[in-house]
Design a protein around this ligand. Structure first.
Ligand SMILES: [Ca+2]
Ligand SMILES: [Ca+2]
Length: 198
């Protein structure tokens, strides 16, 4: 159902340039509702996979094209629901191996970003919809605002280490693996949140 929604969106908008990647390849995805009767908010969620990698801003733009927004995880329960959608989805994760052999799991972008004027590394984080970050689920030692050649870490995504994918988050530059950045470092997916039906 959602796959056809995406195809329609691309065709209807005649997306070129910035959005053309959406139309160039099939997009594995699923659409799930966090049902009110299950304690949820009635919103629907999908995972969009972009095998060549995608910047946070392009992901946010694409989420709007699809009729939603980058996911805003405003409770631990909502975060757990979304994580249950992505944890087993291999295409949504990439593995980054450092020179010293340590391995990290890089999962989907989420709609969490940092005010550029804020104090580093933990200040000024907030949701795209203006919601405040009332419960931060950072991975241990994150956010660390690790300096990359392509910039500071001011956007957030799901993260893990070794072979473990977790429900916890890491801060990351807007364009991972950008010019001068770490070769091969990519985020290859994002989660879209849609309003309730009707
Ligand atoms: Ca930062
Ligand atoms: Ca980080």
């Amino acid at each position: 159902m959602l796959a056809s929604l995406m195809v329609m969106t691309c065709a209807a908008l005649g997306v070129e340039g910035a959005g053309s990647w959406l139309c160039e390849r099939p997009v594995p995805s699923m659409l799930r509702e966090w049902r009110v009767e299950d304690g949820g908010n009635g919103h629907r969620y999908s995972v969009v996979v972009t095998p060549d990698g995608i910047s946070w801003s392009r992901a946010a733009y694409a989420a709007e094209l699809l009729g939603g927004h980058l996911v805003t995880l405003e409770s631990p329960e909502e975060n757990a629901f979304v994580f249950s959608m992505i944890v087993g989805l291999d295409e949504a994760w990439t593995i980054n191996v450092l020179d010293d052999g340590r391995r990290f799991q890089h999962g989907p972008w989420i709609g969490l970003r940092q005010d550029l004027e804020a104090r580093e590394p933990a200040g000024g984080w907030g949701w795209l919809n203006g919601g405040t970050l009332t419960h931060a689920l950072w991975s241990p030692h994150e956010p660390n605002d690790r300096q990359h050649a392509e910039g500071e870490e001011n956007r957030a995504h799901y993260f893990g280490w070794g072979d473990i994918r977790t429900h916890l988050w890491n801060d990351m530059p807007e364009t991972p693996g950008g010019t001068g950045g770490e070769p091969g470092l990519r985020i290859t997916s994002f989660v879209v949140e849609y309003p309730p039906k009707g």
